[in-house]
Each structure stands twice: as structure tokens, then as C-alpha cells.
Design a protein around this ligand. Structure first.
Ligand SMILES: [Cu+2]
Length: 532
């Protein structure tokens, strides 16, 4: 493929810059075929920020590990409902859990196991455009199918939500979560093969918080001063209904990325949050299909990042901007104590407003702390690795350089497993990104550390199989220097991660977390195998 030519074609005549991301600047989003709502025409900051409710366990049931032990059982039904995303919009048809999207937050302590029954009570018809040419979404498959994966959870393979283990309305699956992992913010979402991007966009996602004594002892802001923020971009038609674009090919409506012009926070468009002049903890998830967020505060205030995907950083990092790829999380402390009486807007790229903090004038005492040391993150030594895998992130384009299929290591989903780490072994994965896009790569089951990123000559690598670096390797960014489960693999770079495959033997997946890519082959099964 000719990267240069495509970049030239697609950079020319771009009008819709406001809905594009720097990482994707070469690619023009598909034009909506019907008029869409312009959020700039709506009154900003008129709806209070909703906080997802906490899921309640209805009963105790025997643990699959030890039937004498009774553990909490939850039932979360996936349903269709109507909800208002903005005061001045009509109700929007959504899918969620019970009657909310994001669904209720599951909360537990490290080591306390639970069972969750994910019940498919959705209608039999999908309301978003299915592409039956995609793997797993062929015409002989039912339109409405779901299977729920908890992102970042260390779970047995049968509870991981394998993309082919989908089920139809009227059916359910009960998953076992041992929760033997450090405190962090996980999230659950649909993972159905071939339609995952549509099911998540419809609203099938929610949060899952693991707590532990190490974190509790830090005296971080808690209770109503700990606020989750789920960020998703969406597009609405003039009737306030979700709009998802289609390609020009009626038999292949898949589009390579989705970028919405309306950013929802916990399901609301342009909400506000009343806060006191004190410290708050914000637990942020990028739950978008494809949008990368670059968050700043309009008053230029800094934030302290205290955690990343899989838990606390060794020490707080002071940042003016927080960047999050799809699937990534950031744990932040914001101090409003010097801002009594101010209204502070949280912004994304191009100064696009996301939400507003309204700081009250009344002085308050703040017993919470922001410790200088949080949780040690012992570095995995490269010498511990028993294997290094070189894995190519690529795509196949058509004659006008429009991507047709996205591939990991040139292999399709259905090809035999090629990644088969031994349980408890350490491996280094070199993610060689030969495409023009940044791909957030997520491995199920495990947590890992980023070693470095280094630019290489793409053409020499792709066409002559020669690896020539350009420049030195760059260490991970300060906010990435903890335990990760999703890593941004930048274009033209090799991103190296080091992973210990702990937990369970069995079949899992690794994939790009741009959901359009994942639905079109950028996902591979992998096996954790027993050691000899
Ligand atoms: Cu991707």
C-alpha cells in the first residue's frame, strides 16, 4: 500500500477537523447520510452529572472454587430503554444494564470472589447497521447477540467473555470473578464477534471497581469525593436517536473508525458537577469506540495522575493534559481548594467542552490526602523474558487506500493460534505498527509494563524485511509507568511490552481496542499453556 498517497488524498479537503483526532488525521470520517445533531446548538451544562448506581447482590451462592464458601451473586439484565442524554433532547433509545448506561458499577475488594449473571433481555432486532460480511456476523447469525467481557479482570477463560461465546435474547451466562488482583478500575462491556462496536455504542458498558487495603490506607478522597467519569463519543440524528455511519458500499457498511461529535460523560451530554473547594478523585475511562481523549482544564490547572489501567502509580504525576486511548483508564486527583466560586470546564482537543465543575464558595475542611508515595511497581527485568515475539499491526487497503481489513501479524481471527505463552513465564512483545493509525492494544487476563517505543523505517521493514531504527527508544510516559492492560502502539513505532502470563491456563484474546478494527479481524486468540 502507498501510505504517502493515501495520506495526501485524505489530508486534502478536510472540513471536519473538529471531530478528528491527531492520530487519525489522515483519514476523513465517513459523511453522515442524514443530518446529525450539532451539540453546539444545545445549552451547555444544564444537566447534573449522573453517577452510575452501585450494583447490589441479591443472594449468596456457592463458589465454583470451594462449594462450602458462599459468595455474592449479582444479576445484570441487558435491556433496551429510553433515556434523556440532554435536557433539550428527546429520549434516546439505548441498550444498557437494567435501565442505565453505563450500567450499575460492580464493586468488590481484592480477593473477594463474586458471580455475575449477564442476562440477555434485549429485543430481537438490532437498531444499528450490522455488516454481514464481517467475521462472525454472517447472515446466518442472529442479529442480536451478546457476551460480556470484564476488561482487565484476571478471570478463568470460561468467564472471560470469549467473543464466540455469544448468546441470544432469553439466554444468560453466569461468570465467576475471583478478583485476585490489585485495586483498580476495570470495566465490563460487550465483546461479541463482528458486532461488538455496535453493541458497545448502543450502551452495553459499565464499571467494575476493585479495592484493597494498600489503597484504602492512603486516605485518598472517597465517598462522594470519588467520582467515576465514563467518556464516550456519540452521534445523534435530529430525533435524538443514536446515529452510526455506514460506508458507500451497501453490502459492506463497515467504517474504519467512528468519531462522534457529542461527548457523553456517564451518559449525559455536556453535564455539570457541583464540587466543594477541596480534593476530588476522578476515575476516568475512555469507553469510546475509536476516539483518543486529550483532557485539559480550561483554567490551565494541573492534575495529579495517581493510577493507570491496572492500579496505582508508584508516585503521583503532575500533568497539564491527560491522554487516554480507547480502553485506557486514568485515576486522577484534582484539587479545587484554590478555586472557590469558579466554574471550570473540562476540555478535549480543539477546546471542545466535555463538562463543567462548579466549585462552591463555602470553605470546607479536607481530611483526605495525596501521598507522595502510592504503591511500588517493581520493574520486570528484561532478563526474565523467556521469549520475544515480534508482532505486526497492519491493514489491507483497497485500490483507493481505503482500509478493508485490519490484521495482527498478518493473521485472521480464524487462523490457528500463534501466541501460546507458558503459564507464569515472562515474554516481551514487540508491537510493530506499520499502519498510519495509533492502535491501543489490549491483552486479556494479564497486566504488563511498557518497556519503550522506538521509531523504525516502515518501508524497509515492510518491503525488504529490514529493521532499521530511526532515533533512540523513548521510555513510557510518566502516566504509563505502572501496570497496564492496554498500550498505545503509535504509527511507525515498535512498542515493546513485558508481560508475565499469570493466572490461568486457557484461551484468551488480544486485540486492538478501536472497536471498528477489532470487529474487522484486528483480534487474535491466544493460549496460556501449562508448563512442563
Ligand atoms: Cu486498531
Amino acid at each position: 500500500m502507498s501510505i504517502t498517497r493515501r495520506r495526501f488524498i485524505q489530508q486534502s479537503g478536510i472540513a471536519a477537523a473538529a471531530v478528528m483526532m491527531p492520530q487519525m488525521a489522515h483519514r476523513q470520517p465517513p459523511k453522515p447520510v442524514k443530518p446529525v445533531l450539532d451539540p453546539n446548538t444545545l445549552a451547555a451544562f444544564v444537566d447534573p452529572l449522573p453517577i452510575p448506581g452501585v450494583a447490589r447482590s441479591t443472594e449468596l451462592r456457592p463458589s465454583p472454587d470451594d462449594p462450602k464458601l458462599k459468595i455474592p451473586y449479582y444479576r445484570l439484565p441487558m435491556r433496551q430503554f429510553q433515556a434523556k442524554v440532554h435536557r433539550d433532547m428527546k429520549p434516546t433509545r439505548l441498550w444498557g444494564f437494567g435501565t442505565s448506561s453505563p450500567g450499575p458499577t460492580l464493586e468488590t475488594e481484592s480477593g473477594k470472589a463474586m458471580l455475575v449473571e449477564w442476562a440477555n433481555e434485549l429485543p430481537r432486532e438490532h437498531f444499528l447497521p450490522i455488516d454481514h460480511s464481517l467475521h462472525g456476523a454472517e447472515s446466518d447469525k442472529p442479529d442480536v447477540r451478546s457476551v460480556i467481557h470484564t476488561h482487565g479482570a484476571k478471570v478463568p477463560p470460561e468467564s472471560d467473555g470469549y467473543p464466540e461465546n455469544w448468546y441470544v435474547p432469553g439466554k444468560s451466562a453466569t461468570y465467576y470473578y475471583p478478583n485476585q488482583q490489585d485495586a483498580t478500575l476495570l470495566w465490563y462491556h460487550d465483546h461479541t464477534l463482528g458486532i461488538n462496536r455496535l453493541n458497545v455504542l448502543a450502551g452495553l458498558l459499565g464499571l467494575f471497581i476493585v479495592r484493597d487495603p494498600v489503597e484504602d490506607a492512603l486516605n485518598l478522597p472517597r465517598g462522594k469525593y470519588e467520582v467515576p467519569l465514563v467518556l464516550c463519543d456519540r452521534m445523534f440524528d435530529l430525533d435524538s436517536q443514536l446515529y452510526y455511519p455506514v460506508s458507500q458500499h451497501s453490502s459492506k457498511p463497515w467504517v474504519p473508525e467512528f468519531f462522534g461529535n457529542a461527548i457523553l460523560v456517564n451518559g449525559k451530554l455536556l453535564p455539570y458537577l457541583d464540587v466543594e473547594p477541596r480534593k476530588y478523585r476522578f476515575r476516568i475511562l475512555n469507553g469510546a469506540n475509536g476516539r483518543f481523549f486529550h483532557l485539559t482544564l480550561a483554567n490551565g490547572q494541573s492534575v495529579s495522575q495517581i493510577g493507570t489501567d491496572q492500579g496505582l502509580l508508584p508516585a503521583p504525576v503532575t500533568l497539564k493534559q491527560v491522554s487516554l486511548a480507547p480502553g485506557e483508564r486514568a485515576d486522577l486527583v484534582l484539587d479545587f481548594s484554590d478555586h472557590a466560586g469558579e466554574q471550570i470546564v473540562l476540555k478535549n482537543d480543539f477546546a471542545a467542552p466535555i463538562m463543567q465543575f462548579r466549585v462552591s464558595r463555602t470553605k470546607v475542611s479536607d481530611p483526605s490526602s495525596l501521598p507522595a508515595g502510592l504503591r511500588p511497581v517493581p520493574k520486570i527485568a528484561e532478563s526474565e523474558a523467556v521469549k520475544t515475539r515480534t508482532l505486526r499491526l497492519g491493514e489491507i487497503d483497497d485500490l483507493v487506500q481505503y482500509p478493508v481489513t485490519m490484521l495482527l501479524n498478518d493473521k485472521h481471527w480464524n487462523a490457528p493460534v500463534t501466541e501460546d505463552p507458558v503459564l507464569n513465564s515472562v515474554e516481551i512483545w514487540n508491537l510493530m505498527n506499520v499502519t498510519d493509525d495509533a492502535h491501543p492494544i489490549h491483552l486479556h487476563l494479564v497486566r504488563f509494563q511498557i518497556l519503550d517505543r522506538r521509531r523504525f523505517e516502515r518501508f524497509a521493514y515492510q518491503y525488504e524485511n529490514i529493521l532499521r531504527y530511526r532515533g533512540a527508544a523513548a521510555a513510557p510516559e510518566p502516566g504509563e509507568a505502572g501496570w497496564k492492560d492496554t498500550v498505545r502502539a503509535d504509527p511507525g513505532m515498535v512498542t515493546r511490552i513485558i508481560v508475565k502470563f499469570e493466572g490461568f491456563v486457557g484461551r484468551y484474546v488480544w486485540h486492538c481496542h478501536i472497536l471498528e478494527h477489532e470487529d474487522n479481524e484486528m483480534m487474535r486468540p491466544y493460549d496460556v499453556i501449562a508448563g512442563r
